[in-house]
Design a protein around this ligand. Structure first.
Ligand code: BGC
Length: 369
């Protein structure tokens, strides 16, 4: 039997009322609940630590609360993700949590999901081009890039007029909606210094504007592709004494590849080693930070994201308001998706212990401490 759903966004209060007038049988045991807590979780890949943590954590929260959960990883392949979601729909999922590989290709499968009135939550990355996405939970993606840009600005003393420095910028996967936010957050901080000549990009791979970010995007966020690109830039544009001073890397998987490239070109941690940014606080990168091979990472405590999505699901199941705190930023081309944005934070060598280890995000032994 179908469930009539009415979603009313109340921007002023920062809440979206999910009034789920239901007539379904076999609904959740939650008091006043209208929706089965039957959840399909679709994560992009197991190849990156963060998605493994994200998936397992949300699965546990939901199972401990008595929900039925199907957790799938799609090996970074769009077709695999679509067929996994189709299976979840066939399995009766009433709530879908999807971190899309390609934000633009899920419209048909989500249309299918709506035939059984499933509620769709976009997880970390936005699903584009469809009406059929109800909520979005993520970290403030623009802020992630801004933190990377501000770190570079501060460490190099750019606001005090220091320079010129050689910068090599990278951007994330062109099919990931987050990547453009990361890039523009950083680029909006750095562009004035490129214009003033304090930052110089010897490879010429400096997008003319935020909108051109995909020209330096690394498909699939692949470490080996970032490494090959950095190898190319180093061998083609750096000769003699010319050195890279700073690399804008949008995340840790790219940073790992870039660091491997620098290493094989003879760069060693120490005074002349470039500043390198990152994101995610992956263990290998935290180790690199402790070893002086990476300067920072933007840490997104994915436990907070899992908790927030869990709370969204609890509200949906109970027919209650779903809390959001942004109803303006994430326009997916068909609608502005009501979002909950969490705060990312910078971690450097000095704050690894306090932020990552003391909080239990990683174990000291995982990073050689
Ligand atoms: C996530 C990042 C991650 C990247 C690669 C992005 O959408 O927000 O945390 O590093 O994908 O998986």
């Amino acid at each position: 039997m179908s469930i009539a759903r009415k979603l009313v966004a109340v921007a002023a209060t920062g809440f979206v009322a999910a009034s789920l007038a239901a007539c379904s049988s076999g609904s959740s045991s939650a008091e006043g609940g209208d929706v089965d807590c039957n959840v399909g979780i679709s994560m992009p890949t197991r190849s990156l630590e963060r998605w493994i943590n994200d998936g397992e954590q949300l699965e546990k929260l939901l199972k401990d609360d008595g929900c039925t959960v199907d957790l799938q990883y799609a090996d970074n392949k769009t077709s695999e993700q679509i067929s996994q979601i189709q299976n979840q729909i066939a399995g009766g999922a009433k709530i879908l949590v999807v971190a899309p590989i390609d934000g633009k290709v899920l419209s048909p499968v989500l249309k299918e999901a709506k035939t059984q009135d499933a509620v769709v939550i976009s997880y970390d990355r936005l699903i584009n081009g469809t009406e059929n996405v109800d909520y979005y939970a993520t970290f403030d993606n623009y802020r992630v890039g801004q933190l990377q840009g501000e770190f570079i600005e501060e460490q190099l003393g750019l606001a005090d007029g220091e320079g010129p420095f050689n910068l090599e910028p990278f951007a994330g996967s062109p099919d990931d909606n987050n990547a453009k936010f990361f890039f523009s957050g950083a680029w909006d901080v750095l562009t004035p210094y490129i214009e003033s000549g304090q930052l110089v990009v010897p490879s010429g791979k400096a997008p003319a504007s935020d909108d051109d970010w995909a020209s330096i995007g690394i498909q699939g966020w692949a470490s080996d592709k970032a490494q090959a690109e950095m190898d190319n830039r180093l061998s083609s544009f750096y000769s003699g004494d010319e050195k890279v001073d700073v690399v804008l890397s949008p995340n840790d998987s790219l940073a790992i590849g870039i660091e491997a490239s620098l290493k094989s070109a003879g760069y060693t941690p120490g005074e002349d080693y470039p500043l390198i940014t990152g994101q995610d606080a992956d263990k290998a990168n935290v180790k690199a930070i402790l070893d002086g091979e990476q300067s920072m990472t933007v840490w997104k405590d994915t436990r907070e994201l899992g908790q927030k999505v869990f709370e969204m699901i609890q509200s949906i199941v109970a027919g209650e308001d779903v809390e959001v705190n942004d109803t303006e930023t994430y326009d997916n081309g068909k609608k502005v998706v009501p979002s909950y944005l969490l705060e990312p934070q910078v971690v450097t060598k000095d704050s690894v212990q306090e932020k990552l280890i003391d909080s239990g995000f990683i174990k000291a032994s995982d990073v050689g401490l």
